[in-house]
Write a protein that binds this ligand. Structure first.
Ligand code: GDP
Ligand code: IMO
Ligand code: MG
Length: 425
């Protein structure tokens, strides 16, 4: 059985949740291995909508094992409310395991995320303000609090006092804001630990046992390749590695164990938060696509920026992740647009034309996209049941995307539902 990694190949929100949900029907184990509740994965099943932030999308099937690996940063309050929300809809989380090494998002991470964004003024990153960056900062500084600490009240109390006092000094002295009440934090977090204790297990062993017994294993990426802290549009990125290699690092699986890497994209591009976006459409057409595609953030509700499909960034993602196939969502949203465009290269500020993703932000910011134009389509394709029945212009558009990006397309999404995916093979 296969070990598959699913990653976002643009700037996030590509519809990974939906693709995971489809692929999870064939999987035994679904794993989240990086990011935190900055992610928002939407799944539609028979008209019911589920929005998941931390729990792997496989949870909607009663018989799948789900794992939150140690590369994830966990806000326990959010996780508990997600578990409760699912329970209230008759979805059990008994098959969820959380690794004791995963780091915990503390109240000061959220406060510091907000304060540092405010202090950046107009140069803010546009983070989700969920405390993700500050939590990963403490992990790298080796002062983080982990799930193991959370479920051990004595250790937790000591660590909250030690690190919390230092964070309060920063909040008071650097940002001149009110300190956090650490006694309250201790009480709340001991309680969270009590609730979550039953889910804690060495997930490294769970994953390797599954692979050894030839089970089908699926990694659910969060965010997108262009938000990777190294290969993305730094500093307008998240603080983890939303790439296939990030799945290895965040779960303890070596790269030779991975059989397939699926890159999820939209048939156009979106981005939420700040940072360069060469193909952005700051016009009426952009607004129309935003409206038709309901492009508003699952986590923060912010309007997503919208633009043409950019083959330069997706080709970059194909190589960074070693993609074996692409899943293209939201083709239905482009219906009714007379001419479609794909960015095939960039013209840099000095006039050089390149098909490569520039390594530094300064080059990317100054570039102008070079487009190829395609006939659009008018048909409502949301009920189309076969790839071969798509309008000819759709097939040409997809075929050019595949050629430019150097990757086969296996799945085409024509709507948010489980049954609105077309298979190209
Ligand atoms: P994720 O973070 O990558 O899982 O993506 P999000 O859930 O944040 O955003 C994708 C949105 O597009 C969700 O509202 C999905 O229900 C929706 N969606 C996914 N695939 C399709 C599709 O093929 N067509 C349409 N119209 N909507 C889709
Ligand atoms: P899913 O998994 C889209 C963006 C934020 C911001 C930057 C840094 O739903 O695709 P952070 O809070 O991580 O420090 O914010 O990253 N971002 C996302 N954009 N989808 C996501 O997740 C994102 N997670 C973070 O908007 O630009
Ligand atoms: Mg999302």
């Amino acid at each position: 059985m296969a070990v598959k990694v699913v990653v976002g190949a643009q700037w996030g929100d590509e519809g990974k949740g939906k693709i995971i949900d489809i692929l999870a029907s064939q999987a035994d184990l679904v794993i989240r291995s990086q990011g935190g509740n900055n992610a928002g994965h939407t799944i539609e099943v028979n008209g019911d909508v589920y929005k998941l932030h931390l729990i792997p999308s496989g949870i909607l099937y009663p018989n799948k094992q789900c794992v939150i690996g140690y590369g994830v940063v966990i806000d326990p309050k959010v996780l508990i409310s997600e578990i409760d929300g699912l329970k209230s809809r008759n979805i059990t989380c008994d098959n969820l395991k959380i690794d004791p090494r995963a780091h915990v998002i503390m109240p000061w991470h959220i406060v510091l995320d907000e304060l540092s964004e405010k202090a950046r003024g107009s140069s803010d990153i546009g983070t989700t303000k969920k405390g993700i960056g500050p939590c990963y900062m403490d992990k790298a500084e080796r002062t983080g609090i982990r799930i193991y600490d959370l479920i051990n009240p004595d250790i937790l109390t000591k660590k909250i006092k030690l690190h919390g006092e230092k964070k309060n000094k920063i909040i008071q002295k650097v940002y001149e804001e009110e300190p956090i009440n650490l006694d309250e934090v201790i009480e709340n977090y001991i309680n969270y630990g009590k609730i979550l204790k039953k889910y804690v297990a060495d997930t490294f062993l769970t994953i390797h046992e599954s692979i050894k017994h030839d089970k089908s294993v699926l990694f659910e990426g969060a965010q997108g390749t262009l938000l990777d802290i190294d290969v993305g549009t730094y500093p307008f990125v998240t603080s983890s590695h939303p790439t296939s290699s990030g799945a290895c690092v965040g779960s303890g699986v070596g790269p030779t164990l991975i059989d397939e890497v699926v890159g999820v994209v939209k048939a156009y591009t979106t981005r939420v938060g700040k940072g360069p976006f060469p193909t952005e459409l700051c016009n009426e057409l952009g607004q129309e696509i935003r409206k038709n595609g309901n492009e508003f953030g699952t986590t923060t509700g912010r309007a997503r920026r919208v633009g043409w499909f950019d083959a330069v960034i997706v080709k970059h993602a194909v190589r960074v992740n070693g993609l074996t196939s692409l899943a293209i969502n939201k083709l239905d949203v482009l219906s009714g647009i007379e001419k479609l465009k794909i960015c095939v290269a960039y013209k840099l500020a000095d006039g050089t034309i390149t098909q490569e993703f520039p390594p530094v932000l300064e080059d990317l910011e100054g570039c102008t996209p070079i487009y190829e134009e395609f006939e659009g389509f008018d048909e409502d394709i949301s009920r189309c049941k076969s790839f071969y029945r798509l309008p000819e212009s759709c097939k040409q558009y997809l075929s050019r995307i595949s050629a430019l990006c150097g990757c086969d397309i296996d799945i085409v999404g024509v709507g948010p539902g489980r049954d609105q995916s077309l298979y190209c093979k």
